[in-house]
Design a protein around this ligand. Structure first.
Ligand code: FES
Length: 128
């Protein structure tokens, strides 16, 4: 059985995709992000740029740090505040590097923000 979250957010089925009603639209400011914490490995930063919303993993793959929501936004990119890796908010891809942030579907409707329900992320590292 697939592992899933009990998030506490209202769930809405859109064409077979489960979206979570996570907050009001006024809670996400321009060129800023709001982080949604599901567990240590699964966190989603929702950004607003030029009125549109973008949702990417909050965890920078460089050093596995949950800091993307605090990054600097310019055009449609976010720069990690720790060491400056820059990512596309549209694709999650690192610009000039090999890393990638997972992206999620997100939209607003009726004054509410709806975020694709994330699947739990399994850590890709182990402590030996
Ligand atoms: S942890 Fe993000 S660039 Fe190093």
């Amino acid at each position: 059985m697939e592992h899933s979250f009990e998030t506490g957010y209202p769930e809405h089925d859109r064409d077979g995709v489960i979206f979570l009603q996570v907050c009001g639209v006024e809670e996400i400011f321009s060129k800023r992000a709001k982080n949604f914490f599901f567990d240590e490995e699964t966190q989603v930063a929702v950004f607003r740029v030029d009125g549109a919303l973008y949702a990417v993993s909050n965890i920078c793959p460089h050093q596995h740090a949950p800091v993307i929501c605090e990054g600097y936004v310019e055009d449609l990119t976010v720069t990690c505040p720790l060491h400056g890796w820059m990512y596309s908010l549209q694709t999650g891809k690192a610009l000039g590097g090999g890393g990638k942030l997972k992206t999620y579907r997100v939209f607003e409707e009726g004054g509410q923000v709806y975020l694709e329900k994330p699947r739990p992320v399994e850590p890709n590292w182990k402590l030996w």
